[in-house]
Design a protein around this ligand. Structure first.
Ligand code: PLP
Length: 426
């Protein structure tokens, strides 16, 4: 048996930056080369100039604490500005409001808390036999299951239609009096498809059920793609029946990690706050899950949005979409591969077509791509490969397509011996 690595302890003597910087560089030596577009998810890079703006703003507010708006009105103001900008992009009317959060998961937890408060206020949990639950298309993000688990709710996951969107008939049939909140994704992370939000909102409103649009990944991309080339189904707060919406700044807003928004069609639905005064220090109030919150992420998000502006975001959307177009064309031109659905944005998934003789196991193709130095994003059901194409991916299209062709051949040779294996898909 190998010895366990000894537990690290705090060094006795401190070290200067001249020693720490190379130590940190060494630690990152195995990290994926995101600058070269080697990973199809997790990183959103708008270029060195934007990154420099983010870095400077982050450093400027690195010590400030957004727990205390009275001490740091600057951060309160920046958060209001970011929520206002998000509302203006995502169909918020005069009654709308929202909160800046640390990420998509927190936005989702807060929306669930608001919906649960509203549900309880209506006494719906008192119905005999009620099992309060979240109603989720099977493509919805696991953050919803996390929210349900934390708040003691059940979940019901429903089937998708042939285009990998929530099936509207199944959705309508599952809305119940004990549905606390129903989700539509815009788009879903696995397939990049936008659920039929208008139809879902009609059904949910008719049953008095709260509909949330999870636009975490697409919220800061879709409005710009819609303006550039159209073809984006309606999904935002302007649709009656959409009660709340989440959108991540730290994805296609290209801001540093730690920034998202949860928005409400009617600010009176923003019921996620917390307050407690039965302790020695009197009233303690927070808007979000965290207590102490980093000022840097807020200032950097504010700076990046003002640096890029609408024109900057349009250019980034155009670059992401043209990289996506070239990737889709290359994938579709490869015999044996098939794109799942007709994704309107730059989140795509593709699989090996079982109807084509000799088509390889798609995960074996993924393994071959990994062997060629690409970080690979996978779907498990159906087995597929997945990409979140950003403005930084234009440079990787040709080398990746060449390696895809080589990986198809490699995987085809191996297909007879392909073992089934457990796959970490995220
Ligand atoms: C990324 C994502 C989330 C979770 O957001 P985090 O910022 O990772 O917490 C939720 N829903 C969708 C659709 C996402 O793409």
């Amino acid at each position: 048996m190998s010895q366990p690595t000894p537990r690290k302890t705090l060094p006795l003597a401190g070290r200067g930056w001249s020693e720490l910087e190379p130590a940190l560089q060494a630690l990152r030596s195995d990290d994926v080369d995101w600058r070269a577009g080697r990973t199809p998810l997790h990183v959103y890079h708008a270029g060195e100039e934007t990154l420099d703006v983010a870095r400077r703003a982050y450093a400027m507010f690195i010590t400030e604490n957004a727990l205390a708006p009275a001490a740091f009105p600057s951060l309160a103001r920046m958060q209001r500005d970011l929520v206002d900008i998000a509302l203006s992009l995502l169909g918020g009317g005069p009654e709308a409001g929202g909160t800046l959060t640390s990420g998509g998961t927190e936005s989702i937890l807060l929306a669930t808390r608001s919906a649960l408060q509203s549900f309880r206020a209506r006494g719906r949990h008192l119905h005999p036999g009620a099992r309060p639950h979240l109603l989720l298309p099977s493509s919805a993000h696991p953050a919803w299951d996390k929210a349900a688990e934390l708040m003691g709710l059940d979940t019901i996951r429903i089937a998708l239609d042939a285009d990998w969107r929530a099936d509207i008939a199944t959705f309508a049939a599952h809305l119940r009096d004990d549905t606390v909140l129903a989700v539509a994704s815009a788009p879903s992370l696995p397939f990049g498809m936008i659920d039929p939000v208008e139809a879902m909102a009609d059904c949910a409103a008719a049953r008095g059920v709260w509909l949330h649009v999870d636009a975490c990944i697409g919220g800061f991309l879709a409005p710009h793609v819609a303006a550039l080339r159209g073809g984006v189904p309606a999904f935002d707060l302007s649709i009656p029946g959409v009660r709340s919406l989440s959108a991540d700044l730290h994805k296609f807003g290209y801001t540093p990690k730690g920034a998202s928004v949860v928005l409400y069609r009617d600010d009176a639905d923003r019921l996620h706050g917390f307050a407690h005064d039965a302790w020695p220090k009197g009233m303690y109030r927070t808007e979000t899950l965290g207590g102490t919150r980093p000022g840097g992420a807020i200032a950097a998000a504010w700076a990046v949005m003002h640096h890029l502006g609408e024109e900057g975001y349009r250019r980034l959307a155009e670059r992401a979409m043209s990289a996506r177009d070239r990737l889709l064309a290359g994938i579709e031109a490869t015999p044996g591969l098939r794109v799942l659905g007709a994704p309107p944005l730059s989140v795509i998934a593709f699989t090996a077509d079982a109807t084509v003789a000799g088509a390889p196991d798609i995960h074996a193709v993924g393994d071959a791509l990994t062997g060629r130095g690409w970080y690979v994003s996978r779907l498990s059901a159906p087995a597929a490969l997945h990409m979140t194409v950003t403005a930084n991916h234009g440079q990787m299209v040709e080398p990746w397509l060449a390696d895809l062709a080589a990986s198809m051949a490699e995987a085809g040779q191996r297909s007879s011996e392909a073992p089934s294996r457990l796959i970490e898909t995220y």
